[in-house]
Design a protein around this ligand. Structure first.
Ligand code: HEM
Length: 502
């Protein structure tokens, strides 16, 4: 008896043992009953999927944490078809009809899982789940992404691309993944913070950029924990190592300072902040509604820096990864660029928009390496909905996971082959029905036009100035882009290339 704590010694032993036995039984029985319910009586019980995924969320979480969720989801669709129950309360679709059924339905909202506020006092961001705040931010940012505004902002972008070309001329072997990251972050930084990170002219990434690139793993972890509602976020905050916490605080502080400096600038500037300031001015003079607070501007500008750079650099990296392994398409696009332009300065947003081969290789690069490979899920509202002709109950999570959609053989024949001709001529119409890398509907990408301008200008200028080839020692550990890990962003391996100025 001496080994029992004194509080237990006071209790009659059979009662203690009985309680332990009941507790242990419940601990085993309750999860078992939940698994059984998920498999039999759950409203999604008739949807196909493997037992492991239909019964519990754990397999999905483990795949996300391994960085293989994109590939695992594709494998599930290849086995179970265009609609798969990937977790007890979540359906994944590759049927193209689902694009419109899910993303154009106003009663299906973005679920509060990936970008949940960590503190109730924090403002919402445009990526958040609050529809009122989202609509307000969208209206406020719209002015920065009109045809005219994109043309104006493209002048800034073209300036950074020129700087990049100048720096590349001084080198023979470079890691293109790193250069694409640096230039896209500098462009986004300039347009969202009022000043760049200076990475392109320094030839090395600013620490803010390096820290940002590790955020994907953190967001994936939060997205997993948020499924469990156990206050795990609070626990996580306590176990984050001091060094990581310091870096996160430094990152936040620098963002605060940069946006603060931009807001204090006098006069007007062609950038994304200006459109919010114009929106605020119009609201306050006409008293039409809520303006965007400095805190909201700060948070949303840091979202824009990231949303506008990592995505664009990934699309370009994937395009180049495939092009540099495909002599025929590389020659075709280089020829198109060099026949269209006689001097680098002419390669601009407007002049590159109608180049069929350039556009097709970029689309094919985004198809095989979609920047948004796994999708932020949507949630079905009150009363349920019909998606792809089947009833889906209220509260169900839905997603078109782009990697699976774009690599599905029913949407794209020979889906793993790099073949830009899918996006040319008559074939393009069929491909576009399954291809929405920027999404559609009210949460579709606000920066699509700008991203296209940036991708075309960077690729065209690169091929105008250089013969680009893989180095003899280019040590790719992968045979296909999709073998890399993805959390919310791809963990890209380096792309070492030889540059020969022409
Ligand atoms: C190749 C480049 C890009 C791709 C593939 C891409 C893709 C996407 C996708 C798929 C979404 C929807 C996310 C979701 O709700 O599930 C999105 C949203 C968004 N993107 Fe992009 N994006 C790119 C470039 C950009 C650029 C250049 C900017 C800004 C400069 C930008 C700003 C945004 C913003 C603010 C949202 C949130 C829109 C909303 O919720 O209403 N993106 N993007």
């Amino acid at each position: 008896m001496a080994i029992l704590p004194s509080s237990l010694q006071a209790l009659p032993l059979p009662n203690v043992l009985q309680s332990i036995a009941i507790l242990s039984t419940l601990l085993i029985l309750i999860p078992l009953l939940i698994l059984l319910y998920n498999l039999t009586l759950h409203p999604l019980a008739t949807y196909p999927g493997p037992l492991t995924h239909r019964s519990s969320r754990l397999s999905w979480v483990l795949a996300l944490q391994r960085g293989t969720l994109h590939a695992d989801l594709l494998a599930l669709h290849n086995t179970y078809g265009p609609i798969v129950r990937v977790a007890p309360n979540e359906l994944s679709y590759t049927d193209p009809q689902a694009w419109k059924d899910i993303y154009l339905n106003p009663r299906i909202a973005r679920a509060d899982l990936w970008f949940r506020k960590q503190d109730p006092k924090e403002p919402y961001s445009i990526m958040g789940a609050n529809e009122e705040a989202h609509a307000r931010f969208k209206r406020a940012f719209m002015g920065g992404f009109s045809e005219m505004a994109v043309r104006e902002c493209s002048v800034t972008m073209e300036g950074y691309v020129s700087k990049m070309m100048g720096m590349l001329r001084q080198q023979e072997v470079v890691d293109l993944v790193q250069w694409l990251n640096m230039v896209t972050f500098d462009v986004s930084g300039d347009l969202s913070f009022g000043s760049s990170f200076g990475s392109t002219v320094a030839g090395k990434p600013h620490e803010w950029v390096e820290i940002s690139n590790s955020f994907g793993v953190g967001i994936a972890l939060m997205a997993s924990l948020n499924h469990y509602h156990l206050g795990l976020m609070k626990l996580l905050k306590r176990v984050i190592p001091a060094r990581t916490r310091e870096r996160m605080l430094w990152h936040k502080q620098l963002t605060h300072e940069k946006v603060g400096e931009r807001l204090r600038m006098e006069g007007t500037r062609r950038d994304f902040v200006q459109c919010v300031l114009d929106y605020n001015r119009e609201r306050s003079t006409q008293e039409k509604g809520r303006v965007c607070t400095p805190e909201e501007i700060e948070l949303n500008m840091s979202v824009l820096v990231f949303a506008g750079s990592e995505t664009t650099s990934t699309a370009l990296a994937s395009t180049l990864w495939y092009l540099l392994r495909d002599r025929e398409w590389l020659d075709r696009v280089v020829q198109e660029v060099r026949q269209t332009f006689s001097q680098e300065e002419d390669i601009q947003m407007v002049t590159t928009s109608k180049m069929p081969i350039l556009n097709a290789v970029i689309s094919e690069g985004m198809r095989l390496g979609p920047p948004s490979a796994i999708s932020v899920p949507r949630i079905v509202g009150k009363g349920g909905e019909v998606v792809c002709g089947k009833r889906v109950p209220e509260g169900t999570l839905l997603a078109m996971n782009q990697y699976a959609v774009f690599r599905s053989a029913s949407n794209f024949p020979s889906p793993h082959t790099f073949d830009p001709s899918r996006f040319m001529g008559e074939a393009a119409e069929k491909s576009s029905a399954s291809f929405y890398p920027f999404l559609l509907g009210r949460h579709g990408c606000i920066g699509e036009k700008f991203a296209w301008a940036e991708m075309r200008v960077i690729l065209a200028r690169l091929f105008f100035n250089f013969d680009v080839s893989l180095t003899d020692t280019s040590s790719s550990t992968i045979k296909d882009w999709g073998e890399q890990k993805t959390f919310i962003f791809w963990q890209k391996e380096q792309l070492e290339v030889k540059l020969k100025a022409v």
